[in-house]
Design a protein around this ligand. Structure first.
Ligand SMILES: Cc1cc2nc3c(=O)[nH]c(=O)nc-3n(C[C@H](O)[C@H](O)[C@H](O)COP(=O)(O)OP(=O)(O)OC[C@H]3O[C@@H](n4cnc5c(N)ncnc54)[C@H](O)[C@@H]3O)c2cc1C
Length: 275
């Protein structure tokens, strides 16, 4: 399948959207370019979708005993000591095996935690997501805010947690007037004997629509010509998608041959909205 499918280009033209190819939307140069490319997603050299999850399992298998996961474990604190030049240095984390975040479905209320310290030889990497990463920094942040919560300051760093930004999203769904060749033979089912596209993808080649994630094209545009960089990102997908609902996301993403969805992530590139 070609990214610049002629029928899809027709759709772009009817929307007066520039379909100039941007070489790589994921580069710094791509950040400021207006145009079209496939959205980035991870796949291996065989065009099979892959993930960090799979990579970690592979590494664990290949390096027996060297990579350990501590599942169902809450990290409660990053441990710091005085490092070079008096600067604080992270030397470990405190964890509570079996405990959950208060927002998790497994959280059963406040309890005395069974804490354990894990120390490191090299570095501590925090990847607890948008909300919990700043929380875990344990005393690294804005002194004023930290002291309001009774937390001693390790480093006064007012920027921590201050850049949370909203990414508003609008979804437009069209019922296509004609059958698009892009979807030929694709029933978006799970049985390759009933779905020619799935049969092709599984047994012959990974180069049809199914090689993509949900979306097959992403376009960056400016909402005003005065802007120095694009501020709107539009995704195109063969999907009927009405948005995210707790516990309902899989039911909402129903594919159909005649439906295509546009998602506008307003201000995603140079967002100014604050939560
Ligand atoms: C509704 C929605 C739709 C999205 N759609 C897309 C998309 O289509 N494409 C795309 O590329 N991105 C999408 N994103 C963004 C993407 O999900 C995030 O950028 C990505 O998940 C960030 O990965 P992360 O590992 O940094 O953090 P997260 O995925 O948030 O992972 C952090 C993990 O740390 C755990 N954690 C937090 N605190 C602690 C603690 N104290 N102890 C132990 N564990 C802890 C959390 O439970 C979580 O499992 C979407 C995000 C949302 C919310």
């Amino acid at each position: 399948m070609h990214l610049l499918d002629a029928q899809v280009l027709d759709v772009f033209a009817s929307l007066a959207i520039s379909a100039v190819p941007v070489l790589d939307l994921n580069t710094r140069a791509g950040d400021n370019a207006a145009g079209v490319n496939a959205p980035s997603f991870t796949m291996n050299e065989d065009h099979t979708r892959s993930s960090v999850y799979q990579r970690l399992l592979d590494v664990q298998k290949a390096k027996s005993g060297q990579l350990q996961f501590s599942l169902n474990t809450l990290a409660t604190k990053v441990l710091t000591c005085e490092g070079e030049g008096g600067r604080p240095k992270a030397y470990g984390v405190t964890i509570a095996p079996g405990a959950s975040l208060p927002i998790a479905s497994t959280f059963t209320g406040k309890a005395e935690l069974d804490l354990k310290n894990i120390t490191v030889r090299r570095e501590v990497i925090i990847s607890a997501g948008t909300f919990q990463s700043p929380q875990l920094l344990s005393g690294i942040g804005d002194t004023e805010q930290l002291s309001a919560h009774g937390i001693d300051t390790v480093v006064n760093l007012p920027g921590v947690g201050a850049n949370l930004q909203d990414h508003d999203e609008v979804c437009v769904i069209w019922r296509m007037k004609s059958n698009y060749s892009l979807f030929n033979g694709c029933t978006f089912g799970s049985d390759p004997t009933q779905d020619p596209c799935l049969n092709y993808w599984e047994n012959i080649g990974h180069s049809n629509l199914y090689a993509f994630g949900t979306s097959f094209d992403a376009i960056t545009t400016k909402s005003s010509p005065d802007l120095s960089a694009p501020n709107v990102l539009t995704y195109f997908a063969p999907a009927f998608f009405r948005g995210f609902f707790r516990g309902e996301s899989s039911k909402q993403t129903l594919y159909s041959q005649q439906l295509i969805c546009i998602i506008f992530y307003l201000d995603r590139v140079c967002t100014r909205d604050r939560g």
